[in-house]
Design a protein around this ligand. Structure first.
Ligand SMILES: Cc1cc2nc3c(=O)[nH]c(=O)nc-3n(C[C@H](O)[C@H](O)[C@H](O)COP(=O)(O)OP(=O)(O)OC[C@H]3O[C@@H](n4cnc5c(N)ncnc54)[C@H](O)[C@@H]3O)c2cc1C
Length: 456
């Protein structure tokens, strides 16, 4: 039997959730999201750190919190969601085949939105030489193992790549008790936001080697070390600059590639970066097939992905009602400070803008809002951070729940509190926003996501 829908959205990350909500709000009656994982949210579910949602929800949210709000919006607007169902084929006439627990299912839609996200580049993709021992991961896989499955990846770790994902993992691994020996970057400037350099590397005294490449991975069964070498401005290895670093784990965070196998099955045209090529209305070369998010073009911020998803979903609804489509306005050229923080400056972390604030003759300069002044005053007295981590769950559908402190805590007290939280466990069910530990060393810890009771 073919299941008929107005709009089908493939993928329930922030792009797909926003697209489906917007399609419903703009006149599509029957809107379905198909998601291959058992939960919606996409990459957001494993990003337990905060830093999401400032633009869309005007709040500092963690990834799971952002996903929960986007899911609620979709459900409240009347979107239907099927999880555990993987789309394997689409056609130019909008037929969709998906595989799930009930075998193959067939769908048909008047319009489709592709929101299938991206995957990570591996050591192979950047042709890193060396042996192939255990202990080599991509950052997203390591993040998933640690934050969702409760599996620690190593003890002495080198991270390759200084984008935001690599930096955030450097901090996360340090909080989990690993020694992050360094972050190695091929370029002469780090790629991530200044606020992440400051709060993920400087806070934890993690060295950053700029202008270095991995020239060997050493180890038989498990990684025993890596060799790195300096490169010149043409990225050519400079002879006799190699140095060995003993470690048991290497984590590659060296870029993302749009995931578009099913788009290709319908003959959708891709661009040179493997992303879906669209016009200004986010429509692909196939009429009625739209796209948004990282499968179209990799984007830094979930907020921008959602904003683009909203336009793609609206246009899918307009397409089926033959209304004039809306142009997507690229708002992603941001003023957020990237790269190394300026010398003798504080990098404000109230928002991703990362104002570089300095003090001259007793005056505070460089802040774009009042909060910047408060940030610097606090940094000079007693630096404070929101702490996000995980806690073990008994009888839960997942072994961990993400938790966050309800207010910033002293940086000097972070590891003490982490060690207290490591001794704790909570029993499912756990509800989003529930206070799990009240007054734990002076702060409350709140659940970032729902955990249901495990079905035996
Ligand atoms: C480590 C890390 C840190 C980040 N930090 C931040 C941050 O601090 N702030 C911020 O704003 N952004 C951050 N981001 C970026 C943000 O999370 C992503 O840009 C965003 O999640 C991309 O959304 P998406 O909807 O395009 O894709 P995804 O979130 O990847 O969702 C795609 C979904 O499609 C599903 N899917 C794929 N193929 C199929 C198929 N064939 N059938 C059914 N379903 C399918 C996938 O299972 C997935 O759920 C971070 C990302 C990472 C990895």
């Amino acid at each position: 039997m073919i299941q008929q829908w107005d709009v089908i959205v493939i993928g329930a990350g922030p792009g797909g959730l926003a697209a489906a909500t917007s399609a419903r709000k703009n006149g599509a009656k029957k809107v379905l999201i198909i998601e291959r994982e058992s939960v919606v949210g996409g990459v957001l579910n494993q990003c337990i750190h905060d830093g999401f949602g400032l633009i869309r929800y005007k709040k500092q949210l963690s990834g799971p919190e952002y996903a929960a709000l986007a899911k609620l919006e979709a459900i409240e607007s009347g979107v239907e969601i099927r999880t555990g169902l993987m789309v394997v084929n689409i056609t130019q006439t909008h037929e969709i085949q998906a595989i799930g627990p009930n075998g193959i299912e067939f769908f048909s839609a008047k319009a489709i939105v592709l929101a299938t996200g991206c995957r990570e580049r591996t050591r192979g993709a950047i042709m890193t030489p060396g042996s192939r021992p255990a202990g080599v991961f991509t950052a997203g896989v390591a993040q998933n193992l640690i934050n969702i499955r409760n599996i620690m990846v190593g003890k002495r770790i080198v991270i390759v790549g200084s984008g935001d994902i690599g930096l955030i993992m450097a901090r996360r691994l340090s909080l989990e008790g690993a020694k992050v020996l360094c972050v190695v970057e091929l370029l002469t400037e780090p790629c991530g936001l200044a606020r992440n350099i400051s709060q993920c590397l400087y806070d934890y005294n993690i060295p950053l080697y700029l202008g270095y490449i991995v020239t060997n991975i050493i180890g038989k069964r498990r990684v025993e070390g890596i060799e790195i070498s300096a490169v010149d401005k043409n990225k050519q290895i400079i002879p006799n600059t190699n140095k060995k670093i003993e470690c048991d784990t290497v984590i590659f965070s060296v870029g993302l590639i749009p995931e578009n196998e099913i788009a290709l099955s319908a003959g959708v045209t891709l661009n040179v970066s493997n992303g879906i090529k669209t016009d200004e209305y986010l429509q692909s070369n196939i009429s009625g097939v739209f796209s948004c998010g990282n499968c179209r073009s990799v984007m830094d911020l979930a907020d921008f992905v959602s904003e683009q998803g909203s336009v793609a979903g609206k246009n899918a609804a307009f397409f089926i009602h033959q209304k004039k489509l809306e142009q997507w306005q690229n708002k992603t050229n941001t003023i957020f400070k990237k790269g190394l923080p300026e010398k003798n400056s504080f990098t404000c972390s109230f928002c991703p803008r990362g104002c570089q604030i300095n003090i001259k003759d007793g005056d505070i300069n460089g802040n774009k809002c009042k909060r910047g002044k408060l940030f610097v005053e606090q940094e000079m007295k007693d630096p404070k951070r929101i702490l996000t981590t995980t806690v073990k769950v008994l009888s839960g559908s997942t072994p961990l729940v993400g938790v966050r402190s309800n207010r910033p805590i002293s940086l000097s007290n972070v590891m003490n509190i982490i060690n207290i939280l490591k001794t704790k466990q909570v029993t499912a069910p756990i509800h989003f926003g529930e206070v799990l530990f009240a007054n734990c060393a002076g702060v409350d810890f709140i659940a970032e996501n729902e955990v249901s009771v495990k079905n035996e």
